[in-house]
Design a protein around this ligand. Structure first.
Ligand code: PLP
Length: 386
């Protein structure tokens, strides 16, 4: 097989998908409780997305950013309207969104006369696999073998506001804080109450940019369009998106407030593919469907149901330590690393993921129904009992 073996893939491939179901080449159908890792929030083959892609594909795929792209402008307007931010830059992935944000942080720092601007990041964070993004990531396994890492990151424990304050006070070279509102790969860890607001306060007092990595939590997943919208009166300076934005077409975005966005003057950053007409058409269809079908509300309502049913079934299970998350981003924390749980779930017709060794991660499509939520828990409870 002429593929680099950087993935230990499961022994299945899918021929097609519809809604929350994926159909295997083995003739079986699988309930998708992972959504291609928080990507297919509208499920598979959503008619609005399919139609948008088909229509746009027949018209124009790509022109490059040397020309005006009205669909990109319209998508930027849509995202700024729902986020409260002022301007967008489009790229192709979550890692690229974080790279762009880190470049904005450095421009911001240099603009304030800092020779070597630093970014504060957190333990157990995940920001992607490109060099700066993996240097920002708080996981030694992901960094191992890739030194020299990109300098310019200071790290404190996730959730520890006092530690963040202390490091910011002691380091005048800090220009920004980069943080996930709920750590995804790190084990579905929600920020403790008051943490984001506290970071906002630190940034305001010290002139730092607060940059949220909502690559996984964004686009309705947690029960609001963006996870920070659970905090009242809160706005980040920079917001990084990808995964759910295109429902499967590769698109990432960085949104920013006006003065920050203005740091990217002509020539400062770029991308050949980013924000092409084809991906912007798909993403606009995603946002329109999210709003028309009130999918963030649905994620909130069904997330509560999922958490409740999980609690009822698994609360007293000897292997279950905690059930946590928000909306349809849920982690079941086990006491020990489970034995072949993902493989056993696959055999039982359920697609899920285990992250941070012992956290079962559930990220079902936001279009899922109540019966299917119960079905996920039924299968999972059966697997944990066997
Ligand atoms: C997945 C993820 C990334 C990386 O996104 P890619 O598209 O794989 O580059 C970055 N940050 C967070 C929080 C993620 O969940």
């Amino acid at each position: 097989m002429a593929l680099m073996q950087n993935y230990a893939r499961l022994p299945v491939s899918f021929t097609h998908g519809e809604g929350i179901w994926l159909y295997g080449d083995d003739g079986k159908r699988y309930l998708d409780a992972l959504s291609g890792i928080a990507v297919c929030g509208l499920g598979h083959s959503h008619p609005a997305v399919t139609r948008a892609i088909q229509e746009q594909a027949g018209r124009l795929l790509h022109t490059s950013n040397l020309y005006q792209i009205p669909l990109q402008e319209a998508l930027g307007d849509d995202l700024c309207r729902v986020s409260g931010l002022d301007a967008a830059f489009f790229c192709n992935s979550g890692a690229e969104a974080n790279e762009a944000a880190i470049k904005l942080a450095r421009l911001h720092g240099h603009g304030r006369g800092i020779a070597e601007p630093q970014v504060l990041v957190f333990t157990q964070s995940f920001h992607g696999r490109t060099l700066a993004a993996l240097s920002a990531t708080g996981n030694l396994k992901i960094q191992e073998g890739f030194s020299p890492l990109v300098p310019g990151f200071l790290r404190v424990p996730y959730g520890d506001l006092a530690a963040a304050q202390a490091v910011v006070s002691a380091n005048p070279s800090l220009a920004a804080i980069l943080v996930e509102p709920i750590q995804g790969e790190g084990g579905v860890r929600p920020a403790p109450a008051g943490f984001l607001a506290g970071l906002r306060d630190i940034c305001d007092r010290q002139g730092l940019l607060l940059m949220l990595d909502e690559v996984q939590t964004g686009i309705g997943r947690t029960g609001k369009f963006f996870a920070y919208q659970h905090e009242s009166g809160f706005l980040p300076d920079v917001l990084n998106l990808a995964k759910g934005l295109g429902n499967g077409v590769p698109i990432g975005a960085v949104l920013a407030r006006k003065p920050v966005a203005a740091l990217f003057s002509p020539g400062r950053h770029g991308t050949t593919f980013g924000g092409s007409p084809i991906v912007c058409a798909a993403a606009r269809a995603v946002l329109r469907t999210m709003e028309e079908d009130r999918l963030p509300d649905r994620a909130s309502h069904l997330g509560t149901l999922l958490a409740t049913v999980l609690h009822n079934r698994l609360r007293n299970h000897p292997e279950v330590e905690e059930i946590r998350g928000q909306g349809l981003m849920v982690g079941v924390v086990l006491r020990r690393k489970p034995d072949a749980l993902v493989e056993r779930a696959l055999a039982a017709g359920l697609l899920l993921n285990v992250t941070a060794e012992r956290v079962i991660r559930l990220l079902p499509p936001l279009i899922i129904g109540e019966d299917e939520i119960r079905k996920i828990v039924d299968i999972l409870a059966g697997l944990l009992e066997s």
